[in-house]
Design a protein around this ligand. Sequence first.
Ligand SMILES: [Zn+2]
Length: 166
Amino acid sequence: MSVVGIPILDNLYPVSMDLWPIEAKEFNKVWPFYENLKQGRFTTTKCKDCGHVAFPPRGVICPACYSENLEYIDLPKKGKVVVLTEEVKGVPLGYESPLIHAVIELDGGPIKRMISKIVNCPVGTLKRGDEVQLVVFEVPPMPIEKGKAGTIMMDRVFFAFEPVKK
Ligand SMILES: [Zn+2]
């Protein structure tokens, strides 16, 4: 799968026009989520005090009891489509058509449903009830300042779901 940036803006507005999270631990409290993604793991945070599982992961405190005692747990990487949308015309700047999103019911686990982008999927082929699986893909690297090391390019990944081939 290809991921587009905004070619005419390349090297001009790398931060303000960036479509993806800054995943380095110096800038993002949920950096372990991205490190786990790079290893093919789909994870989120669980509170060690009250057991609450949040998605997206929380970087500082539990939204249920405000404890800072959090750990990362694995989520299922497969689920079923509950409902979906397909944008073909007029997708936002920087995105490729078609832009498909679905509410996904994960196969068990503490998080029942989530919304995700669907990739590797021709328009009109996805239906309610279809099985989808996690995909991890690379996104354009991010230049970050690393003290005396100067500016380095940090590899980044993001996730979506794709139809499971029958
Ligand atoms: Zn809690």
